[in-house]
Design a protein around this ligand. Sequence first.
Ligand code: SAH
Ligand code: MG
Length: 213
Amino acid sequence: MDHTALVVIKKTNNLEFDDKTKAMREYAVQNGVPIIKDEGLAFLKNIIAVKNPKTILEVGTAIGYSALEMAKVRGAHVYTIERDPKMYEEATKNVNESAYKDNVTIIFKDALEAFDDVKNIKFDMIFIDAAKAQYTKFFELYTPLLNENGIVVCDNMLFHGLVSDNVDTTGMTRGLRGLVVKLGRFHDFLFSNDKFDSTLYDIGDGMSVSILK
Ligand code: SAH
Ligand code: MG
């Protein structure tokens, strides 16, 4: 299937950042932390505004930037999973300093081992934004916790333009090739999964939205 761009954001005013958030953005740039791109964030915030999820599960906290931005839209509770100690520490600090600290619960674990921490919660939305090679596993593990009409949003689906139907993987390092192949397999998994209606948008680094049927 050809993944044609469906939407391009031309303008938005839903990206207004307070000083603390600006500092987080700056920290991400300085330290090479791959936080969500502005275009992707604008889209994510629109989805949340429309969907009005009460509970969101995020896989991949990093410094807590997207978790706090998601909580801000309509006061959802965001449960977010992070395995890296340095990221967890930074995220904890950022969340604790935020007016939305009561809206964010950070789980310091590998997401493949955190199911028991959230298994009693029903989620209106899941945002997958962690190790790209594990997207299928995250999706299979956590989507049973979705509420009726629940949605799954995945970031970095096009991975810097490297994931497409006719990508040439020659010349890539072994690690990168493995990742690109696995993310490609996740595309196949997602778009052949008849429990969900999925759409891939050429926004930011590529975002998919899957709606539980
Ligand atoms: N959502 C964040 C960015 C996340 S970057 C934002 O937009 O602000 C991806 C993060 O996922 C990294 O911090 C990485 O440590 C974490 N990660 C990757 N694989 C993981 C796993 N299996 N379990 C938990 N965290 C993981
Ligand atoms: Mg991302």
